[in-house]
Design a protein around this ligand. Structure first.
Ligand SMILES: C[S@@+](CC[C@H](N)C(=O)[O-])C[C@H]1O[C@@H](n2cnc3c(N)ncnc32)[C@H](O)[C@@H]1O
Length: 246
């Protein structure tokens, strides 16, 4: 990761206006110029990914759907366990990010990994159901994130697992036991992130907990390279689809 490459990515992430007629073209416009440098730049700032991907049980012969999977770097956290899965779908709307994912799969000999250019709010695996679904820093970019969570719930088999890691802000009055962010954090981060079409929400965690049984929920903070000294809040959520039918 050179300083020059960092500067270029920083410009794309913070200053370059995002153009495009629809969500898919906006995603490709944003990530097209930075897909190759994406992993190096995000490695330290997108925390919690290893915890989520490394801790989900890999069901032998199962189907794992990585929604908004980007360059598929998170699949490396599965280590050799990835070979036990029948199929892994990396679903994303950015063709450039998926091109990096395909090269990664070829390099590792992951013959069970398939990249799919599709919207996470509507994608369904050909097998009909998934055993694991994951969202890593993608839910905050999906305009209709309710639909994305509902779709994840619908494609999961009963007892299936969901893992989510993303930025967020707390509610002003969060549920008991949850962190409460101050006025500055609750006001600043949504405005700052909106320039990148990232929308940290106080409602992701409550909706995930309404839809899925909670196995584990953790809240933490990260920092951005070269930018603010302010801590940036993120959460990790591990959940399970119960036997409810709606
Ligand atoms: C911040 S990147 C995260 C990539 C990867 N999951 C990671 O942890 O490094 C967000 C990804 O979500 C994808 N994305 C955003 N909205 C999407 C949607 N509605 N359907 C599919 N992919 C989407 C973007 O194209 C991008 O690759």
């Amino acid at each position: 990761m050179s300083f020059l490459s960092d500067l270029k990515t920083l410009y794309q992430v913070t200053l370059r206006p995002i153009r495009g007629r629809d969500h898919g073209s906006r995603m490709e416009y944003f990530y097209g110029g930075q897909a190759e440098a994406y992993d190096a730049f995000r490695r330290k700032m997108l925390r919690g990914r290893e915890e989520v991907y490394g801790r989900i049980d890999v069901p032998r012969g199962g189907v794992w759907v990585d929604l908004g999977g980007g360059t598929a770097s998170n699949l490396e956290f599965l280590g050799p366990r990835i070979a036990e899965l029948a199929k892994v779908y990396v679903v994303d709307l950015s063709g450039s990010m998926l091109a990096v994912a395909r090269r990664r799969a070829e390099r590792h000999g992951w013959t069970n990994v398939e990249t799919v250019e599709a919207d996470v709010a509507t994608f369904r695996p050909a097998e009909g159901a998934a055993d694991v679904v994951t969202f890593s820093y993608s839910l905050t970019m999906v305009p209709d994130w309710f639909a994305a969570i509902d779709n994840a719930w619908a494609m999961l088999a009963p007892g299936g697992r969901i893992g989510v890691v993303d930025f967020y802000v707390s509610r002003k009055f969060p549920a008991q036991g949850r962190r409460r962010h101050g006025w500055l954090a609750r006001s600043f981060w949504p405005v700052y992130f909106a320039t990148n079409n990232v929308f940290p929400s106080p409602d992701h965690i409550p909706y995930l907990q309404r839809r899925f049984e909670t196995i584990e929920l953790a809240e933490g903070t990260t920092r951005f390279p070269y930018q603010f000294r302010l801590p940036v809040p993120y959460y990790t959520f591990l959940g399970r689809k119960g036997n409810r039918q709606d």
